[in-house]
Design a protein around this ligand. Structure first.
Ligand code: FE2
Ligand code: FE2
Length: 305
């Protein structure tokens, strides 16, 4: 019986207003907790005063749409109120949902999220960069993904990419590391240096991500290729294949990915380099032929304007 029901994350309970929610009795019987169209009262939500809640599988699509819709409305409100911490937290929610796909979404609502961010940027040019400076309580993977998304959009808008290109690259940024959701969490979230065996496992996130995205029939091939190739380098020193003919989108996301990792991620074996230090390290890689020089210069100019 329980396979018919999908657990709802505590952070999402107040977002599912239309969707009926269920809980299980001590005997394992599913019981209706709230009907569709009913909102739980605020106090109960704040105190998390409710049992573990579930949705019925038949409501999966609708619940997913409702979830994204509510998140997007909240995001638009947070952007107009200029609440950076709230914007970051909401983006983390959207990204977490996209990566973990707990409700089996088809990512239909992601372009709307990107559109809202785009609007926010047009009113506040430092919005996207500022978001990377806010830390959230979400996982390292989620934070990293939101930062890569913000930096990618900032780069694209700064370099006058078309709306359509920005949206595709935004989705590429959100999904580039989706394969990491299939890697042991201890490897993905550690701040220790990985052992050789762990690193071999880590590297497989590229192919895993490619397969996950390729299975989503409504997605452009380019998005799956970014997941596959974002750790490849122009001199062939990257992985998984050591190829040198990398798609532009994968190369751009790969460059921003490395920058984000060095600039913002503290590890036990090295401190986060902050923007200037990260650029200096990347510059060495550019000189060694690993990254495209023009792209690197464009990234630096949009970050140091
Ligand atoms: Fe990656
Ligand atoms: Fe990444």
């Amino acid at each position: 019986m329980e396979e018919e029901y999908i657990p709802v994350k505590k952070s999402q309970v107040n977002l599912l207003k239309k969707t009926p929610l269920y809980y299980f009795s001590k005997d394992g019987e599913p019981l209706l907790y709230k009907k569709d169209g009913i909102t739980l009262d605020v106090e109960r939500i704040q105190l998390k005063n409710y049992p573990e809640l579930f949705i019925h599988k038949s409501y999966k699509q609708e619940a997913s749409k409702e979830l994204y819709k509510t998140l997007n409305i909240s995001l638009a409100r947070a952007i107009s109120a200029k609440g950076l911490a709230t914007i970051k937290a909401l983006l983390c929610e959207v990204v977490e949902e996209a990566l973990n796909d707990s409700l089996g979404t088809s990512f239909d609502m992601l372009p709307e999220t990107l559109e809202i961010l785009f609007q926010g940027y047009s009113e506040n040019k430092s919005l996207l960069e500022s978001l990377t400076l806010i830390s959230s309580s979400s996982s390292l993977l989620t934070n990293h993904t939101v930062n890569v998304l913000a930096l990618t959009m900032h780069y694209c808008i700064w370099n006058k990419f078309s709306d359509a290109e920005i949206k595709i690259l935004g989705i590429c940024a959100i999904l580039h590391d989706i394969g990491l959701t299939k890697i042991e969490r201890a490897i993905v979230e550690t701040d220790e240096q990985l052992t050789d065996i762990q690193f071999e496992q880590f590297k497989t996130h590229t192919l895993k991500g490619y397969k996950i995205i390729n299975n989503l029939f409504n997605f452009e091939k380019e998005i799956a290729l970014v997941a596959l190739e974002h750790h490849e380098k122009l001199d062939g020193s990257g992985y998984p294949k050591g190829m040198t003919d990398i798609s532009d989108a994968a190369h751009l996301i790969g460059l921003i990915d490395s920058y984000e990792y060095m600039a913002y991620r503290d590890k036990k074996f090295r401190r986060a380099q902050k923007p200037f230090g990260a650029m200096q390290i990347l510059k060495k890689d550019v000189m060694a032929g690993k990254y495209n020089k023009k792209m690197f210069v464009e990234l630096c100019s949009c970050l140091t304007r």
